[in-house]
Each structure stands twice: as structure tokens, then as C-alpha cells.
Design a protein around this ligand. Structure first.
Ligand code: BES
Ligand code: MN
Ligand code: ZN
Length: 494
């Protein structure tokens, strides 16, 4: 998709399909009101007739307009004027893109910067228009023929002179973040027999080839052996695919400024191992690499944004399968930190590969470390599929992330990791057990990780409920790329 800013006034504008906003109670946005006079009161007439009320996410395609420069109009309802939240703005945009797609046009214009949105300026709105539209036109096609390819190629955002400069910035940010999200969704949706640890490593190398400030190094199993990553390697031993530790390095800041390290769980398939998962829905465990795919997406966005920051992206990648060489319940492994771990359930493998990566992260002398992982089904039980779970050992970092999530509409909810929970991870035979029993599963998983993150400021984001949609509309969401991109933008601006 090609995104641009359009600054001709509405009465001069050429458009195949123009989106304009209306509110409930017959209230028109500035653009709608100007078009209404241009078309002799047409919009007002359609509203009086009851064709559209202006409720949030209602849309109406007007296909047949009097001769002029505008071929079609799409009216988009935003709800009650003065009460449009950022979430509702995004929701209405998502409905609008559906209607534009149905109209089969090649190019559309979007005159929706003039909607009053609580706590949002033209920069935020332009950015969301790009993010939501790009999400709406995303179509998985790697292994499936798409008969009805969406013809929409161009979107221009209509901005007045006073909106223009903020809108330009928002558009640039939106494009960078949308391309990051697109990469994450693409990798996540690929099947486990295509997207293996080796494939993911190749993707990271090719990404690094596209940006001057980005480099990539891949640690092989022999390198991990030498580093003493006994926990990580115990998981990959059960798989015929060699494990990889992907290390991306983005140098956008001063040579001596401490990096922000982001880590993503990269299980390209999680069958559970010897503690085999039930068959129903097991296909979705191809998504167990969504944290890793998010690292690639975030690093891509940061590179395109040319952020003045140093960022390290680490992706431990492996499969978790049952095999004669796989971990068995009761096995004890020694992690890179020296701590021994009793593996009571081989399906709690994410923490086993993450703990060695958290230890490895120390070598970068990080400012902060943030990991993202589809870590626990228990997180979905606790929070549903609305926010991702946030855990961490530093209030400032956690609050910064919460605020970023709010701005990006990619929400987080903080959970406790109090010392009381450590009781649940005690083992008679090792320093730690890898599971903490049925209670508070997302918390005990995080407490386990926290034991390997004591030497720096750290946060963990459990994206088990948010990284993909299940059901008829199954597919990756690209979360939490927007959230982390916002955090990085905020960090780069201070
Ligand atoms: N990848 C799963 C977590 C998961 C499950 C994410 C379902 C999304 C949907 C993880 O490796 C896992 O299997 N966790 C176990 C932990 C348990 C054995 C303590 C779980 O959640 O059941
Ligand atoms: Mn598992
Ligand atoms: Zn897993």
C-alpha cells in the first residue's frame, strides 16, 4: 500500500472513494458538512431518511454522486460527538476499511483527521489511519491462492494546512510501525514446517541486510553449548531442527549509550514434548514464536523510524517435540546462570529457553530488558484476550510500558510477582522447578523468569491471549509491535 498526505481542499479534490465522518444525532464533521453543501444537502438527506445514524462503526457507501471530482463517498459513523475515545476511533476505522474493500476501488482518500478524539491530535490520528488500514488490507497468501485480491493500492489522508505537518509525522511513523506489524504477522501465520528456527534466522539476516544500522549474528547449538546454555539446549534436543539464538543489533544511538534489549520467545512449534498437549487446537502452537516474530517487527519499525537508540533483539528459537532425546519429567538441567532446574512438565519449555537468553542478555550491559512470550495458557484464563499480561521488577519501566500501550491502543495489564509466589517453584532436587502448580500459572512462570533477571531492570509481557485470534478469523495480530514501537519512540524523544 502507498500512503500519502493530500492537501487539496475538498471542493478541488479528485477521489475514487472518499471517507468522511459523521456523528450521532445528525451531527456532521467539518468535511462531511462541506461535502453536504457541495452535493446539495445529500448527506443530511440520507441521515434524515435513516440510511445511517452515525453510531460508531456504521458505514454507508454512496456509489452514485452527481458529476464531479468525487466518484464515491463512504460515510463513517463515530458515535456521539465529544465522546469518541481512541479505541472507538480505531474501531470505526476498521469498519471503514471493510467498506472500502467491498467497493473494490484502487485508491481511496480519508478525510477523517477532523473527528474529535479524546486525547488525540492529527499525528496520532494519521498514524492510526495507516496502522488500521494496513492491518485491514493484510492478506495471507504464502501458501494459499487468493482469488479475490484486494485492489486497494493507495490511501491518501486529507489534511488541512494546519493539520499537515503533524499528519506527515504521523503518517511516517504509521508506515514504519505498520511494516513492522506486517512482517510479524507474516512470519507468525506461516506454518511450522516452513517457519523453522533456521528459517527465522534467515529472515533476521535478510532484515539486517536491508538497514545500514542493523546487524545480525546467529548463535548455533555449538556456540550455546560453549556458553553453557543447558536449559535452552535441553528443549531443542527433542527436535530434528537445530536451535538458533538470533541476535539483532541496531546501532542508532551513541556508541556508549546502553542498549534496550528486547527478547522474544521463538518456539516455531510447541507440541508440549513428552508432556504432550491434547490434539484439539494444537495447530495454533505454530504461533508460539510470536514473541520472536515481534522482535523482528519491532526492530524493523525502529530501523525505518531511524530511532536514535541502541536496541538489541534476541530470539531464542527451537521446536518442542516428543522424541527419544527429549526432556522427560523429572529431568534436571543446568542453566547458563548455574542454577539447576527440575523439569516437572516438558510443556513449560518457554521459560527454559528464555532463562538462558535472559542470562546471555547481561553481556550487553542493558539499560532495560523486555521479553515478549506466548508463555502461559493461564494468562488467557486470567485476562482473556484483551490486554497482554505485564510483569516486571521495576515500577518506572512497567509504568512507561503501560502508558505506551495506552497510546498505541495495544493494552497491557500489570500482574504481581511477589516473593510469596516463590514457594510454588521449590524443588527437592534442583534450585528451581519449572512449574508452580495449577494456581496463578502466568505469575509463577514470570517469577521463574525473574530469577534470571535480577541484575537489570526487566519486564515480561505474556502475549498468549493477544498475539493471534483463534476461531473462524484465525490469524496473527502483530501485537505487541505497536506497543513496543511506541515505547521506543518515547524513549528516543527524551
Ligand atoms: N506455549 C504455551 C502457552 C500457551 C498455551 C500459549 C495456549 C497460548 C495458548 C506454553 O509453552 C505452555 O505450554 N505452557 C503451559 C505451562 C504449564 C505446563 C505450566 C500451559 O500454559 O499450559
Ligand atoms: Mn509449552
Ligand atoms: Zn510454548
Amino acid at each position: 500500500m502507498d500512503y500519502s498526505i493530500e492537501s487539496s481542499p475538498l471542493d478541488k479534490l479528485q477521489s475514487d472513494c472518499l471517507l468522511v465522518g459523521i456523528y450521532e444525532n445528525q451531527q456532521l464533521s467539518a468535511s462531511a458538512s462541506s461535502l453536504d453543501s457541495q452535493f446539495g444537502g445529500l448527506i443530511g438527506k440520507l441521515i434524515s431518511r435513516g440510511d445511517i445514524k452515525g453510531k460508531n462503526s456504521e458505514t454507508l457507501l454512496i456509489n452514485n454522486l452527481p458529476d464531479g471530482n468525487i466518484e464515491r463517498l463512504v460515510l463513517v459513523g463515530f458515535g456521539e460527538r465529544g465522546k469518541v475515545s481512541r479505541k472507538q476511533y480505531r474501531k470505526a476505522l476498521a469498519a471503514a476499511i471493510k467498506t472500502v474493500k467491498d467497493s473494490k476501488v484502487n485508491a481511496a482518500g480519508c478525510a477523517l483527521l477532523d473527528i474529535d478524539v479524546d486525547g488525540a491530535d492529527s499525528q496520532w490520528k494519521a498514524r492510526q489511519i495507516v496502522e488500521v488500514f494496513n492491518d485491514g488490507v493484510y492478506q495471507y497468501s504464502a501458501t494459499k491462492k487468493v482469488d479475490d485480491k484486494n485492489p486497494l493500492q493507495k490511501l491518501s489522508i486529507v489534511a488541512t494546512d494546519s493539520q499537515k505537518s503533524l499528519a506527515e509525522t504521523g503518517l511516517q511513523q504509521g508506515v514504519a510501525i505498520a511494516l513492522g506489524i506486517e512482517l510479524t504477522k507474516h512470519l507468525a501465520d506461516l506454518p511450522g514446517n516452513v517457519c523453522t528456527p533456521t528459517f527465522l534466522a534467515e529472515q533476521a539476516l535478510s532484515l539486517a541486510g536491508q538497514h545500514a544500522k542493523l546487524s545480525c549474528e546467529i548463535l548455533e547449538e555449538s556456540d550455546m553449548e560453549a556458553l553453557g546454555m543447558g536449559s535452552f539446549l535441553s528443549v531443542s534436543r527433542g527436535s530434528r531442527q537445530p536451535a538458533k539464538l538470533i541476535c539483532l543489533n541496531y546501532q542508532g544511538g551513541d556508541a556508549n549509550s546502553k542498549p534496550i534489549v528486547i527478547i522474544g520467545k521463538g518456539l516455531t512449534f510447541d507440541a508440549g514434548g513428552i508432556s504432550l498437549k491434547p490434539g484439539l487446537g494444537m495447530d495454533e502452537m505454530k504461533y508460539d514464536m510470536c514473541g520472536g516474530a515481534s522482535v523482528l517487527g519491532i526492530v524493523r519499525a525502529a530501523s525505518l523510524l531511524n530511532l536514535k537508540l541502541n536496541i538489541v533483539g534476541l530470539v531464542p528459537s527451537s521446536e518442542n517435540l516428543p522424541d527419544g532425546a527429549a526432556n522427560k519429567p523429572g529431568d534436571i538441567v543446568t542453566s547458563m546462570s548455574g542454577k539447576t532446574i527440575e523439569i516437572l512438565n516438558t510443556d513449560a519449555e518457554g521459560r527454559l529457553i528464555l532463562c538462558d537468553t535472559l542470562t546471555y542478555a547481561k553481556k550487553y550491559n542493558p539499560d532495560v530488558v523486555i521479553d515478549m512470550a506466548t508463555l502461559t495458557g493461564a494468562c488467557i484464563v486470567a485476562l482473556g484476550r484483551v490486554p497482554s499480561g505485564l510483569f516486571g521488577n521495576d515500577d518506572k519501566l512497567c509504568n512507561d510500558l503501560l502508558v505506551s500501550g495506552d497510546t498505541a491502543c495495544d493494552l497491557l495489564w500489570r500482574m504481581p510477582i511477589w516473593e510469596e509466589y516463590q514457594e510454588q517453584l521449590k524443588s527437592n532436587f534442583a534450585d528451581l522447578a519449572n512449574i508452580g502448580g495449577p494456581d496463578g500459572g502466568s505469575i509463577t512462570a514470570s517469577v521463574f523468569l525473574s530469577k534470571f533477571a535480577e541484575e537489570y531492570r526487566w519486564a515480561h509481557i505474556d502475549i498468549a491471549g493477544t498475539a493471534w485470534r483463534t476461531g473462524a478469523n484465525k490469524g496473527a495480530t502483530g501485537r505487541p509491535v505497536a506497543l513496543l514501537s511506541q515505547y521506543l519512540l518515547n524513549r528516543a524523544s527524551v
